[in-house]
Design a protein around this ligand. Structure first.
Ligand SMILES: Nc1ncnc2c1ncn2[C@@H]1O[C@H](COP(=O)(O)OP(=O)(O)OP(=O)(O)O)[C@@H](O)[C@H]1O
Ligand SMILES: [Mg+2]
Length: 486
């Protein structure tokens, strides 16, 4: 059997205590009442017996017993009188009699007479036959006969029994009422607040720690317990969030370290190769140009030379990008208006936007926003971000919104490029800065754009972050230190 709840136990104990107190109080009252009634019966019987004795004495001299018989009949007519008799010294009944008793006999009178010590001395007592009677014997005086009066205690017993029944009902009603009142008081003061705190404790581990308990101030100490629980839950919540944050930061740091290591190794290996490639490529370029410019060159030869020149330019660009990612360069800083650069980039991309049905929105202040930087590099970085957004929106069937914002912060300037394109899946997000990571296929992109932009940001002492946009899509934020005094 499941153990009883605290409130149920308290209801039972308190109700039992109330019932016990009521019962004890009532029993004492009944006992007092029974004593009072018993005393009254004793006094009444004695007084009535003395009256009979006076009548008997008067009557003996005057009417020869007629008056006494009439009075005895009158006394016997009272349902409480069991026997009213006069007896001689041999205990024989001279006048009067019994009312017949419950069984019509004289059993009780016989029993009283049997127990009588004598008829010459005054005596009184209780006799228990088929009913309980109080009797009084007054000895013979001038009348020459003793008076014996016996009266029933039925009224007294009926009264006591009725009181007992009332007591039982009263106890039941009071105990029931007490149980209901105690239940409601305990429910409000104990069960409900305890249940609420218990619910909070259960949910603490399951609901991500967001659960708090509401215990009304009327619950006293339990209200304080609820408040203490909420404070503890807040602390746990803060600790859990800080652990999660630390975990995420550690992961990000480990990833950055891995990337940095990869870049460093790749940089050392490729740096030299790329540097060595520069001179032969320049020579090839010059030779190709010479062939194309030669007077004897046919149109076919010229077009072949131009194709080679285009590929050479592409290789040179790739090398330049790789060199930027793998090695940071010292750059010459000058005051640059970032808002102006954003306008220039948007103007450059405008034809492609029109073609793809993209409407760029510029949220820029009407005045220049200055940073200390390298205008060409900053333009290159912003162009890469905008170019990615245009490419993503061009192949996106849904809404095509492209927003540019330049925000002046306390010590930095933030350029935000936000699109409503397909967004970047979580498992790609952590790889977008890796060199050669692209989802655009071999002919689509080199996978160097974001890496180059981040290197440019870092060369300026800034950062580049990329993540989900407010309305889906992607949000890229390039943060550059605000202009310093030169
Ligand atoms: N705004 C964007 N919306 C959706 N995906 C994006 C966005 N920006 C970047 N990406 C994803 O990040 C990848 C890497 O971008 P990154 O600019 O470095 O290279 P790329 O655009 O593929 O090639 P490129 O070197 O020509 O820029 C992309 O291939 C694309 O999957
Ligand atoms: Mg790109």
């Amino acid at each position: 059997m499941a153990p009883l709840r605290i409130a149920t136990r308290l209801v039972l104990v308190l109700s039992a205590a109330v019932a016990a107190v009521v019962l004890a109080y009532s029993l004492i009252s009944i006992e007092q009442r029974a004593t009072l009634l018993r005393d009254a019966l004793i006094r009444e019987t004695e007084t009535l017996a003395r009256t009979l004795q006076i009548v008997a004495e008067n009557d003996a001299g005057e009417s020869g017993g007629e008056e006494l018989n009439r009075v005895l009949e009158g006394v016997l007519a009272d349902p409480e009188t069991y026997a009213a008799v006069t007896i001689d010294d041999a205990e024989r009944v001279l006048s009067g009699g019994t009312d017949g008793g419950t069984d019509g006999g004289t059993e009780c009178l016989d029993a009283i007479l049997r127990d009588l010590p004598s008829t010459t001395a005054e005596a009184q007592g209780w006799t228990e036959c088929d009913e309980r009677v109080r009797w009084v014997l007054l000895p013979s005086g001038t009348a020459g006969a003793a008076v014996l009066l016996a009266r029933r205690a039925t009224l007294l017993e009926r009264d006591v029994n009725a009181s007992r029944l009332r007591l039982l009902l009263l106890t039941l009603v009071l105990a029931g009422t007490a149980a209901i009142v105690i239940f409601f008081v305990l429910h409000r003061a104990l069960s409900a607040p305890l249940g609420e705190i218990l619910r909070g404790v259960h949910l603490l581990g399951t609901a991500g720690g967001a659960e708090r308990v509401v215990v009304p101030p009327a619950a006293g100490e339990l209200h304080e317990l609820g408040a203490a629980f909420n404070r503890m839950a807040d602390q746990l919540d803060a600790r859990r969030r800080s652990l999660l944050r630390q975990g995420a930061e550690r992961l990000a740091m480990e990833r950055q370290l891995r990337e940095a290591e990869t870049f460093a190794v790749a940089g050392r290996l490729t740096g030299g190769v790329l540097h060595e490639l520069g001179s032969p490529l320049a020579v090839i370029g010059m030779r190709v140009d010479a062939i194309a410019d030669h007077a004897a060159a046919t149109p076919q030869l010229r077009s072949q030379s131009e194709a080679i020149r285009a590929e050479l330019d592409r290789i040179a660009k790739l090398i330049e990008g790789l060199m930027r990612i793998t090695r940071h360069h010292e750059i010459a800083l000058e005051p640059v208006d970032v808002a102006g650069i954003v306008r220039a980039v948007v103007a450059e991309l405008q034809p492609r936007c029109r073609e793809a049905g993209i409407e760029p929105l510029l949220r820029l202040p009407g005045f220049p926003i200055m940073v200390s930087g390298h205008a060409v590099l900053i333009r290159h970085a912003i162009f890469n971000l905008a170019n990615n957004a245009v490419q993503a929106l061009a192949r996106h069937p849904g809404e095509k919104r492209l927003i540019f914002r330049v925000e002046r912060q306390e010590t930095a300037v933030c350029v935000v490029v936000e699109d409503t394109g397909p967004g970047i899946p979580m498992h790609h997000l952590e790889r977008v800065f890796e060199p050669f990571f692209t989802t655009k296929g071999i002919s689509g992109g080199t996978g160097l754009g974001l890496g180059i932009s981040r290197s440019i940001a870092e060369e300026h002492g800034g950062t580049l972050s990329i993540g989900p946009g407010a309305d889906g899509g992607t949000r890229a934020a390039l943060e550059l230190p605000a202009e310093r005094a030169f």
